[in-house]
Design a protein around this ligand. Structure first.
Ligand SMILES: *Cc1c(COP(=O)(O)O)cnc(C)c1O
Length: 397
C-alpha cells in the first residue's frame, strides 16, 4: 500500500458528495436552497477589513513569531478576561491557522497511540478524524433529546478507563446548538479533575447564544479545572471571518510550548495580515456579533417552529450556534416514488433530488436519526426551503 496507515485512518467526508451534487445542480441552473452552510452569511465587518488593508499597505507581510504577534495574544487574553472572566498571560496563548488547526495541534501534543479520547455525540465531524490521526481512539458517549444532547458526570465516569487521556467538550455545540449550564460543567469538571483527564473546551460559538443565556467556560470554574483545560476559540464564527484562518488556544504553558514547536515545523505563523485583522476583531466594537445574533435568533425561532409542524419531525430549541438539529426518525420506513427513507443520508438525497433543498445528514455527526439545517441564510430562503420540505413530506406515504 502506497498510503501510510495514518492517511488510511482518515474517513472521506460523507457530506462532500452531497455538497458537490448540490453545487453541480446549481451550476445547471436548478434553484437549490442551501441549509448546509457552516459559516455566517454576513460579511466581515468593515473596520476589520480596513485593518488588514492597512497591514498590507504598511508592508506587514513577512513571517511573524510562530505562536502569533504579541498584540494579538494580548487581545486574546483581554477577550477571555472580558467574556469569561479567565486570566491568561500571552505566554499561555498560541494563535493557529483556524480553531480547527488549534484543536488538531492540541490532540497531536496530548495524545499517544492507544490513548482514549472521550467524545460526546452528536459531535463536530472533524474531532473523530483528528483523534484517529493522532493514533488515539475516540470513545463516543451518545446523547439525545432526553439529556438535551449533553453528557453528565455519571455518563463521563462510566466511560473512563486507564487509557482515558482527554475529553472534548463543545458548548455551544455544532451540530445540536446545546449549551452546558454552569452546574452541569461543575460536575463534569470534578470528574475530570479527580481522574486526571485533560479537557479541550471548544468555545468557538460562545458569543452566539440566545434567550439571554450566558455561556460559561469550564475553565472559569476553579483553578484545578483551569489547569487541565485547553480553551479553544477563534474569529471565524463570531466575526464572520471563516476565510481568514485565525484560531487560538489558551492553557498550560508547557502544552502551549509543545504546540508552538509543532507549529514551528509545520505551518509556522498564521497569516500576518489576518492576525492584524483579528486584533481589530477582538479589540474593536462587539456590536456586529450582537446584531448578527439578534438576526440568527429570529431565524432560529421561525425555523424550529416550522420544523416541529412537519409530521414525523421533532426539533429541540437550540440555545446557541446557528444550526437546527432535527430528528427525522418519525418518517423512517415511509416512501415516495418507490424510494424508502431509512436513514439520514436517504432523506438528504431525497430532499436534494425531489425538493431542491440541500441539508446535511446526521450520520457524519454520529447521529443517523437527524438532519442538520443551518440558519445562516436569509429569512426568504428559510421560508421557501421549509415550504418545499413540508410539501415533500406531505406527499409521502
Ligand atoms: C467552525 C468550527 C470550528 C473551527 O473553525 P475555524 O474556522 O477553523 O476557526 C471549530 N469547532 C467547531 C465546532 C466549529 O463549528
Amino acid at each position: 500500500m502506497m498510503l501510510s496507515a495514518r492517511a488510511q485512518s482518515i474517513n472521506p467526508s460523507l457530506t462532500l458528495g452531497i455538497t458537490a451534487r448540490a453545487k453541480a445542480m446549481r451550476a445547471e441552473g436548478i434553484d437549490i436552497i442551501g441549509f448546509g452552510a457552516g459559516e455566517p452569511d454576513f460579511d466581515t465587518p468593515e473596520h476589520i477589513k480596513q485593518e488588514a488593508i492597512k497591514a498590507i499597505s504598511e508592508g506587514f507581510t513577512k513571517y511573524t513569531p510562530t505562536s502569533g504577534i504579541p498584540e494579538l495574544k494580548q487581545a486574546v487574553c483581554n477577550r477571555f478576561k472580558e467574556d469569561s472572566g479567565l486570566d491568561y498571560e500571552p505566554s499561555e496563548v498560541i494563535v493557529s491557522c483556524g480553531a480547527k488547526h488549534s484543536i488538531y495541534n492540541c490532540i497531536q501534543v496530548l495524545c499517544d497511540a492507544g490513548d482514549e479520547v472521550i467524545l460526546p455525540s452528536p459531535y463536530w465531524v472533524s474531532y473523530p478524524e483528528q483523534i484517529r490521526v493522532a493514533g488515539a481512539t475516540p470513545v463516543v458517549i451518545d446523547t439525545d433529546e432526553e439529556s438535551g444532547f449533553r453528557i453528565n458526570a455519571e455518563m463521563l465516569s462510566e466511560h473512563l478507563t486507564k487509557k482515558t487521556k482527554l475529553l472534548i467538550l463543545n458548548s455551544p455545540s455544532n451540530p445540536t446548538g446545546s449549551v452546558y449550564s454552569e452546574e452541569e460543567l461543575k460536575s463534569i469538571a470534578s470528574v475530570a479533575v479527580e481522574n486526571g483527564i485533560w479537557v479541550i473546551s471548544d468555545e468557538i460559538y460562545d458569543k452566539i447564544v440566545y434567550d439571554g443565556f450566558k455561556q460559561v467556560s469550564i475553565a472559569s470554574l476553579n483553578p484545578e479545572i483551569k489547569a487541565r483545560t485547553l480553551v479553544v476559540n477563534g474569529v471565524s464564527k463570531a466575526y464572520s471571518m471563516t476565510g481568514w484562518r485565525i484560531g487560538y488556544v489558551a492553557g498550560d504553558k508547557a502544552i502551549i510550548g509543545a504546540m508552538s514547536n509543532l507549529q514551528d515545523h509545520s505551518t509556522s505563523n498564521p497569516t500576518s495580515i489576518a492576525q492584524k485583522a483579528a486584533v481589530a476583531a477582538l479589540s474593536g466594537t462587539q456590536e456586529p456579533v450582537q446584531q448578527m445574533t439578534v438576526e440568527f435568533e429570529k431565524r432560529r425561532n421561525y425555523m424550529v417552529e416550522r420544523l416541529n409542524q412537519i409530521p414525523g419531525f421533532t426539533c429541540l430549541m437550540p440555545q446557541g450556534a446557528f444550526y437546527a438539529f432535527v430528528n427525522i426518525s418519525g418518517i423512517f420506513g415511509k416512501s415516495i416514488n418507490g424510494q424508502t427513507i431509512n436513514n439520514s443520508m436517504d432523506m438528504t438525497e431525497l430532499l436534494l433530488s425531489e425538493a431542491m433543498v440541500a441539508v446535511l445528514p446526521g450520520s457524519p455527526f454520529g447521529a443517523d436519526n437527524y438532519l442538520r439545517l443551518s440558519y445562516a441564510t436569509s429569512m426568504e430562503n428559510i421560508i421557501s426551503g421549509l415550504d418545499r420540505i413540508g410539501e415533500l413530506i406531505n406527499r409521502m406515504g
